[in-house]
Design a protein around this ligand. Structure first.
Ligand SMILES: Nc1ncnc2c1ncn2[C@@H]1O[C@H](COP(=O)(O)OP(=O)(O)OP(=O)(O)O)[C@@H](O)[C@H]1O
Length: 253
């Protein structure tokens, strides 16, 4: 689904990503781990179109998408979780989902006047889809709550829900477990597994919570110093001397 080929990204003198190549298989839940500063978020930002790489290429489902902007990647089926921004906290959960861009007619003022019936029909479809997603994630009971009033874990579910509005091919999850209690984390993990199993979504997951990675991800890719150190099952990774060195050897930890 995703092929990253020899990506390099520098910030001044720092090589945040340094000749990184990896693949995320269609239908997998692939994990990306590594010590702080390994380059994981920078690589995600490149894949999601927030930064252009200095070198190398990214392809999505067979199409070279290197340097494409985020909105174009989104319409090609690549979604990424984002924390609910302050302004969105004052909108309801349902409104948050309905605000996810879909290229709907209603965004264009001229077409609103010319095609108001179509616009109304599209709004109904968008609302129905939002309700369906909220029901799938079992958070439909808070749909009229302001997003800013939700618990930390419920906000994480809304972040996940927003990526699902337009049936993505692949979802990039950036530390979905951060600050979430164990019970809710198990619930979120269950939802991710269900979306993967029942709807065929591919997930690419950055996570510091090793239990969550062990439960969800196969394979697990380890990054260190801007490149892939190794990959394999979580038990292989846990046993790897290189990985233990990268985390505990004082190089970057
Ligand atoms: N916008 C930026 N400007 C300058 N340097 C940056 C920028 N973003 C990242 N870096 C640097 O690039 C390196 C890789 O950072 P990155 O955030 O990608 O690592 P990470 O593996 O996601 O770390 P963490 O697990 O701590 O989130 C670090 O040395 C960081 O300081």
């Amino acid at each position: 689904m995703i092929v990253v080929d020899n990506i390099t990204k520098r910030f001044g003198g720092i090589r945040a990503v340094d000749g990184c190549s990896l693949q995320v298989a269609k239908g997998s839940i692939t994990g990306l781990i590594g010590p702080n500063g390994a380059g994981k978020s920078t690589l995600f930002n490149i894949i999601a179109g927030l930064f252009a790489p200095d070198h190398g290429s990214v392809s999505l489902d067979g199409t070279d998408v290197t340097g494409w902007p985020a909105h174009r990647l989104f319409s090609q089926g690549l979604a990424r979780t984002f924390q609910i921004a302050h302004e969105f906290g004052r909108m309801t959960v349902l409104e948050n989902l309905m605000a996810v861009p879909s290229g709907q007619l209603g965004e264009h003022v001229a077409s609103v006047w010319l095609n108001w019936r179509k616009v109304r029909a599209e709004e109904r479809i968008i609302r129905e889809r939002a309700e369906e997603v909220l029901a799938q994630l079992r958070i439909d009971h808070v749909k009229h709550e302001l997003a800013g009033n939700l618990s930390g874990g419920q906000k994480k579910l809304v972040e996940l829900a927003r990526t699902m509005m337009w049936q993505p091919k692949v979802v990039l999850l950036d530390e979905i477990g951060a600050g979430v209690n164990r019970t809710l984390l198990a619930e979120i993990a269950g939802e991710i597994e269900r979306l993967n199993r029942d709807f065929g979504y591919t997930f690419f997951v950055i996570e510091h919570d090793m239990d969550l990675i062990a439960r969800l991800c196969s394979p697990v890719i380890v990054m260190a110093e801007g490149r892939v150190l190794t990959q394999g099952s979580m038990s292989d990774i846990r046993a790897s001397a290189d990985v233990i060195e990268a985390y505990l050897g004082g190089r970057k930890a």
